[in-house]
Design a protein around this ligand. Sequence first.
Ligand SMILES: O=C(O)CCC(=O)C(=O)O
Ligand SMILES: [Fe+2]
Length: 676
Amino acid sequence: MVSDSPPYILHGTGKLGPLCSDLRIGLVSTLRDVEDQFLQWLEWFRIIGFAHLFLYFDDPACDEAAIAAARSTYSEDFVSFALNTPELRKEWMSLKTWPKFSPFTDDRMCRQLLNIAHALRRAQAAPAESVESVDWMFHLDHDELFLPPPQGLQAHFKHLEAGNCRLCLYQNFEAAPRDHTTMPFVDVNLFKIPSGRVSKTPLGAAGMNFWAQRTKARNYFLYYDNGKSAVRIDKTYKTHRGGKDIAPTSVHLLYPPDDLEELITGKHGWTTFPEHELSDMNLTWMSSCHDEIVVGAKVLHYPATHFDRLWHKYNHLGNFPAVRFGGELVVPDSFHLQARDEYLKHQDKTVQQQKLKELLEHAAFLRSEEEIQSQLETGSVVVIDTVRDSLQRGCWTAPRLLRPSLHSLLQRRPSKAEMERMQKMKRFPVEKLSCPEGLLKNSDPGLDLVLQELESKGWAACNLGLHPKILQRALLEAQQLKPRMAKGSTVIENEILDPSLPNADRGDRILFMQEQGLSGAAAAKGPAPTLTMLESALTDFGMQLDLRLQRSSLRLRITERCDGMLACYEAGGAYSAHIDNADGDGRVDGRVLTMVLYLNVNWDRSAGGELAIFEANDGDLGDPNVKGSWHVVYPEAGTLVLLRADRVLHEVRSAYEERFALSMWFCGQHVEYGGS
Ligand SMILES: O=C(O)CCC(=O)C(=O)O
Ligand SMILES: [Fe+2]
């Protein structure tokens, strides 16, 4: 029972109650003119395990039927309906943010902010046994869903709490419908992924551009792209914090302004946005988190899925100003303003509807199978079926995990004893390289061949087909760069490895091409033009392999290239057996592909320096009984080795002469990972 409930709050009277355990997750939302998807929206939050929904009806008269339907379906434990009445508005006046917001209560966003603060106060003040006593609170609109990671809602929040997280900002994905629908939660399964997660490859750029050229303002997302958040409710607030309100000033970030200092020093603010985006967002105080159980969570936004809804929205908003809160917030040139202007241009309802329909179809929809397939391949769009599947089955239906967990990745680093046993396994010199005419001249059939080998064995060795003079020049340039090289180190989970461990045992000196200004068009006039050209050839191969990898059984997408690396092993140098990316690289899309091009003209095979690649033929790497053999490639000029950076064990044997190689790594992920 809810004790002392004020008169402007109605409660559920139906049977369906919350399904939560342990941690209680709440949601506050300000609603108006909710549509037929409202019950599905509520049901989604119930089946994924939310504890209580604090619903605020902005114009209760226009939603009477929806409120009645929801009340009779859901129990008072699960929902409460606060109505915008004089009593509620009076309560707003006691909120901490009232003086700031009182001039702007005509603005819907302002009323949302006051309602959020009000709900947060209810949750903080509620006695422990009350249904309103939630541990975390989200703010979401009725066209937004929170999608937990495959591990589930409870596991996600337990992980946040274990890490002392008090505020989590989630990236949002935007619906890309195939057609007009009033049931987007079951009908839409394609979503644009956040721009920062689109591959930094030509294919990814084509995807971004495909969307940008569809609107006047050249936006990728039609609406907001700065995410939504959940905040932890401080139960000690009454005793320890003098009854302070949380009262946030942004509907996206629910942090209490007074607590910012503490959030910063305690590193309590987490986000799924990648680190490199935080400065543009003025959020450098947040910690970018890449644990799967955090990054797997997202907000799904369904803002424009039917022309009639769009018409309703702009009919209600009318000629809204692009400047809000007395100039503090400016709505940038966007689809939102384009839709407003299109609406205002016409008087007749049918014409307005027709125009908005055309606008929507042009800007937001993927209308043909070809369009869908091509955007899936650029990686701008992913398939997320979990919502539809869960709603149809009536229970949370987690998507399958698409990649091994970090734990099983770590398991693949064989122990010292296993390594000793493996070292005794057979070694076969690789005499014949694939693509005998050279990859440069025959890149299409050559890369097809390379891909077959990556699929079947995890590695390939081929001949680049470079003129000996070019190789000679590349070697000379590499030798001249030696003074700029530094000792190589091994980084595991973002920490330099203890050099006494076997994996840290590497005898190379390295330099990174871009870091040294040796990469890109301008570098063609620099001190190492041949190496610059070769680095760009390797990058091109990676980009050409991207689509092939996506379509292969490996289902990998290249998302980014790393900085090319020039390495030199001095006489006696070696690099003991290792996997390049054995721990996920501490990022969402760690390295998946390694390329090594050797530069050693007239290499004397008796000087050693072979690259030995382990190929398991019975069991998997990391299994105590794994059996297999080593395949040995000589570091001869023009030989290119490709291997899966995240699973192939390889080693550089001692070289008795100076040995040079140019390496390139590519990051990537499973093609469906963005959707998980
Ligand atoms: O130079 C080679 O043959 C391979 C080098 C290597 O394995 C590495 O740098 O990770
Ligand atoms: Fe390596």
